[in-house]
Design a protein around this ligand. Structure first.
Ligand code: OGA
Ligand code: MN
Length: 297
């Protein structure tokens, strides 16, 4: 009986590798309904193994999106209360379309904010405990070039890093700052109460995971400086590391279809959106972020 039950579960979900470094497409799951414990476990295992999971044709509501996300941990709410413009505080909207359905002008703050994702980063690295991962629902996606999301495997990038480069990174800490990221992108200054909630934080450039593995931990748009270094020397090293880690062999590029749901691990991958013409192309994405677990290693 047990064997049979096991077989049914195994058959229900399919896993197709998308790239030799990371990414897998998961089939046979409906994210709008509660997950059976075994299915949840399989998704969790695949998430850890592949770093990025793709679920196609998932027309979930925000409430269903949040429910699915909660299966994998506590959810974050954004530091700036005005960004939680959905009815649910856990849903972060990345969109260049206003509530009346019109494309927003380039200078609109939300549009400027979206363009931050057009450079390599990991989410919420500006928190003391960065998020474990994110789940993104593509509601309106760019058709015909641009708007793809690239993911890089920072575990493999570190494993295969030339020793001379690795030696330079060993022992370094990066200072990540939300306020600095905003200021160098000309976003309006934060009010002191909001800024106080997100003071700069430091994270080692080589991150040790609970399973003993290691990965590079960089987030170029938030890395104000390597602790003890000038901003110029910091930029040189961060650019060099980014170049190394984003070689084709470490990168999966996702071309979006409407109602794709992507789930990524923020602890050993980073990502960026390929630029697109946001004055003519609509892009509406809803995201949740799974909070990290404090692990001092
Ligand atoms: C994000 C992000 C990627 C995308 O939500 O953190 O970087 O494809 N999104 O919109
Ligand atoms: Mn992101």
């Amino acid at each position: 009986m047990d064997g049979y039950a096991q077989k049914v579960v195994v058959m229900a979900i399919s896993i197709k590798e998308l790239h030799s470094s990371l990414g897998a497409e998961i089939g046979g799951v409906d994210l709008s309904i509660p997950l059976a414990p075994d299915v949840k476990q399989e998704i969790d295992t695949a998430w850890q193994r592949y770093g990025v999971l793709v679920f196609r044709n998932q027309e979930v509501t925000d409430a269903e999106h949040v429910k699915f996300s909660r299966c994998f941990g506590e959810l974050e709410v954004l530091p700036e209360t005005e960004r939680t413009d959905s009815s649910l505080p856990e849903i972060f909207i990345l969109s260049n379309v206003d509530s009346a359905g019109e494309i927003l002008p380039e200078e609109n703050e939300a549009v400027v904010f979206n363009s931050l994702t057009w450079a390599w980063h990991t989410d919420s690295c500006y928190r003391k405990v960065p998020s474990k991962g994110a789940i993104l629902h593509g509601i309106e996606v760019v058709k015909g070039g641009g708007g793809e999301t690239r993911f890089a495997n920072l575990r493999r990038a570190l494993e295969e890093m030339p020793v001379v480069l690795r030696d330079r990174v060993e022992g370094l800490k990066g200072q990540h700052s939300w306020a600095w990221m905003r200021s160098h992108r000309n976003l309006p200054e934060m009010n002191p109460a909001e800024a106080a909630k997100v003071p700069p934080v430091q994270h080692k450039l080589i991150r040790k995971h609970l399973d003993g593995s290691e990965s590079l931990y960089i987030s170029p748009i938030y890395m104000q400086r390597i602790v003890g270094w000038s901003e110029e020397a910091t930029r040189d090293l961060v650019d060099e590391l980014t170049g190394w880690a984003t070689q084709e062999r470490y990168v999966y590029e996702h071309s979006w279809e409407e109602h794709d749901v992507l789930m990524w691990d923020n602890t050993w991958t980073m990502h960026m959106v390929m630029p697109y013409d946001s004055s003519s192309q609509r892009r509406v994405m809803h995201r949740t972020a799974i909070a990290g677990i404090d692990q001092v290693i």
